[in-house]
Design a protein around this ligand. Structure first.
Ligand code: HSE
Length: 437
């Protein structure tokens, strides 16, 4: 064993922080062997002293405030696990400026304020690692930054939210309504009491902003991401998807189209043969297409105490190795380009449309005519069901378009909404063909 131990200050002893303490204990001898150094948590910033007691940690480790950690020369690495923007953003910046290396699992801060934090890291000659901020224990950020660095990354598509993947999986398996599954998931603890950030897609937006920034070497923040959640998906849509050979997933999509990029989160029809279609329940996966490597996929648990602790402690150990070899700063900010982000109206994809229309001759021809006037070609039309709405016979029709400009389909739908033959537009879902596969 070489020299003195490496001192760590831990901010937050919640679920993940406790997992980090447990992992450092459980794999202690292997970690020391692999590093040739001992890693020691010296101080913990935590409001609830009971949490230290529960882990049999001495109350002397409790820091009175952040400055106690910031100004402790025996602490070289700060692990931030408080979550949320403030005070995490300030603490991370101050630690980096002071030359302390930082490991964080905080996707909110990294996605929105990555630029200023990397600038602080450069100024303080310190490292900032954040593998746990996307996909919990799945080692995808390091893969993009290191192992795949020789590639031009063309596409990153993630299932990066376990709550929504769990809900959609159950809707596929059990033909149940969204609201019912959500309530059951909340009772079982799979969904938060306030699930809006998950079901509206904002959690996934933060993660794809981080993934796209790394993959395409350009700064993407959550405000740049088009976001649509899964609350309008119905068992009818899922049945049609199945019949047409697709599954519906909440996808976080980033594409580099010769220097212009698309970044979006929305539910999508995905061919059932696509590798991401097999990702079930709370599991996450990130599919990456690089021009040299072709298809790759990273799969695992996207949240949870020990999977996330795995990523945090992995980052911690990498920093210790960097310290040993004096190689801090190997992976600084990678956003050195400024690529244009396409507005959603400018993307091109296929669409699934489900409409309730009057059940009488000529209706389909009129709809196809409106579509044609807006350069929207139809690849297939299904009519299966008739129903009575306000004493009038109506038909449910499902259309799959060819690949078209989103603005064109929006314009066509605006015209359709004004036609007396159209009762309602029940749903519009993008189709992700996975063209690279
Ligand atoms: N709420 C997230 C999910 C986990 O459901 O995947 C934390 O990022």
């Amino acid at each position: 064993m070489n020299g003195a131990s490496i001192g760590v200050g831990l901010l937050g002893l919640g679920t993940i922080g406790s997992g980090v303490v447990k992992l450092l204990r459980e794999n202690n001898s292997q970690i020391e062997q692999r590093l040739g150094r001992r890693v020691e948590i010296k101080k913990i910033l935590e409001r609830d002293p009971e949490k230290l007691a529960a882990l049999k940690l001495s109350s002397e480790m409790l820091a009175k405030n952040f400055d106690e950690i910031l100004n402790d020369p025996a602490i070289q690495i700060v692990i931030e696990l408080l979550g949320g923007i403030e005070p995490s953003r300030t603490y991370i910046r101050e630690a980096l400026l002071k030359g302390k290396h930082v490991v964080t699992a905080n996707k909110d801060v990294i996605s929105a304020h990555g630029k200023e934090l990397f600038e602080a890291a450069a100024e303080g000659k310190a490292d900032l690692y954040f593998e746990a901020s996307v996909g919990g224990g799945i080692p995808v950020l390091h893969a993009l930054k290191e192992n795949l660095i020789a590639n031009k990354i063309q596409e990153v598509i993630g299932i990066v939210n376990g709550t929504t993947n769990y809900i959609l999986t159950r809707m596929h398996d059990e033909h149940v309504e969204f609201e019912q599954v959500l309530q059951e998931a909340q009772r079982a603890g799979y969904a938060e009491a306030d699930p809006s950030s998950d079901i509206e897609g904002f959690d996934a937006a933060r993660k794809i902003a981080i993934l796209a920034s790394i993959a395409f070497n350009t700064r993407v923040t959550p405000d740049d991401v088009f976001v649509e959640g899964i609350t309008r998906i119905t068992p009818e849509d899922i049945n049609y998807a199945r019949e047409l050979g697709y599954v519906i997933k909440l996808l976080a999509i980033a594409k580099d189209l010769n220097g212009e990029i698309e970044v979006r989160v929305h539910p999508a029809f995905l061919p059932k043969e696509h590798p991401l279609s097999a990702v079930q329940g709370v599991f996450n996966a990130v599919y990456v297409y690089g021009n040299a490597v072709g298809e790759t996929m990273f799969y695992g648990q996207g949240a949870g105490q020990m999977p996330t602790a795995s990523a945090v402690v992995g980052d911690l150990m990498e920093i210790v190795r960097n310290l040993e070899t004096n190689s801090t700063g190997r992976f600084p900010c990678t956003c050195y380009l400024e690529k244009e982000i396409l507005p959603i109206g400018q993307i091109q994809t296929k669409y699934y449309l489900r409409l309730i229309v009057k059940d009488k001759p000529g209706v389909l021809a009129s709809i196809a005519g409106v579509m044609g006037n807006h350069q929207v070609g139809l690849a297939s039309v299904i009519q299966k069901r008739t129903l009575v709405v306000n004493e009038e016979r109506m038909a449910e029709i499902v259309l799959i378009t060819h690949e078209v400009l989103e603005q064109d389909i929006r314009d066509a739908l605006a015209v359709l909404r004004g036609l007396s033959i159209v009762g309602s537009i029940e749903n519009v879902i993008r189709v992700e063909e996975g063209a690279k596969s």
